[in-house]
Design a protein around this ligand. Structure first.
Ligand code: CA
Ligand code: CA
Length: 298
């Protein structure tokens, strides 16, 4: 098993990033990740004045996967997500839908043990670990790790969990996958500012898939297929997600246009992932069993 330590972090996804490791398709890689503040808020005495914003949202990597070429998909099986002992919750005047209510930034350090988080000794919750930032290099130029798009990136999708499989389009040779920004838990939409921001380790199996004719992120869960779309506004992201799901159903699942459209009418759920990043992200979910039923009765 290959381990990529967090000595190797990037703040942009780019074809010009130097690979931290080169792996074969089918290999399992452990990525050691920082929290989104690169640990700068973990010391009790530190405030946002101590945070150097240049080190925001670090992603560990990138990993070059041999054989991955533009037009392929990278299949990422999330085998394990291990969280650090302390997560950060913060809310303040600079970001999120509630900023007018918080003229001063507030930081809470939340203890996480045995898959349980303890909010200030008053509320215990089971963790729901997820990966906030996961992306390949984009086709052109560099994209900040703050920004989500078709290459993945800062999607903040609560469905990117242990046990899920994420398919990301490959735009450059080797894919150049980088990940970071784990959350111990996050409400869908990430409306107030953040998730429970935490360092950790992600164990991922990476495989190159040829002949999957899509160019956007797709998540496979036990019961659902999910497409993820980002856009300048929620309206744009939503329309894009609907079209992506239609394309996924017709081009990857071979449903007729009519069946695909009407299945989306009946069972396609549009859900907001995040509204706080430079591009907004939504997802559409559709149950697998209904796709299979329609396939076998066409
Ligand atoms: Ca994020
Ligand atoms: Ca985050």
């Amino acid at each position: 098993m290959i381990k990529v330590t967090r000595k190797h972090v990037v703040y942009e996804m780019s074809s010009s990033n130097c690979p931290a490791a080169v792996v074969e398709s089918g290999e399992v890689v452990v990525f050691e990740t920082y929290d989104c503040y690169q640990g700068q808020l973990l010391p009790e005495e530190n405030t946002f004045e101590d945070v150097d914003r240049r080190f925001g949202n670090p992603a560990t990597g990138p990993v070059y996967v041999n054989g991955a070429m533009p037009g392929d998909m990278l299949k990422i099986s999330i085998e394990k997500l291990d969280l650090g002992p302390i997560g950060i919750l913060d809310i303040g005047p600079t970001s999120g839908a509630l900023k007018e209510y918080f003229p001063e930034a507030i930081i809470h350090r939340i203890r996480v043990t045995d898959n349980t988080l303890n909010y200030d000794g008053r509320l215990e919750l089971p963790t729901k670990p997820m990966i906030g930032v996961i992306g390949n290099a984009p086709a052109k130029g560099a994209v900040s790790t703050m920004t989500p798009m078709d290459h993945g990136g800062n999607m903040d999708c609560t469905m990117i969990t242990e046990g899920a499989t994420l398919y990301l389009p490959v735009f450059v040779e080797g894919a150049l996958l980088a990940i970071g920004d784990l959350h111990a838990i996050m409400g869908d939409g990430e409306v107030a500012n953040c998730g429970l921001e935490i360092e950790g380790e992600a164990t991922l199996k990476l495989e190159v898939i040829h002949n999957m004719p899509i160019t956007f992120p797709v998540v496979e869960k036990e019961t659902h297929w999910i497409v993820i779309a980002s856009g300048a506004t929620l309206d744009q992201a939503s329309e894009k997600a609907a079209k992506q799901l239609f394309r996924f159903l017709t081009e990857c699942q071979n449903l007729s246009k009519t069946d695909a459209g009407m299945l989306i009418d009946m069972l396609g759920n549009l859900i907001v992932c995040q509204i706080v990043n430079p591009m907004k992200t939504v997802r559409m979910e559709i149950p697998k069993w209904a796709i299979e039923r329609l396939k076998h009765t066409a």
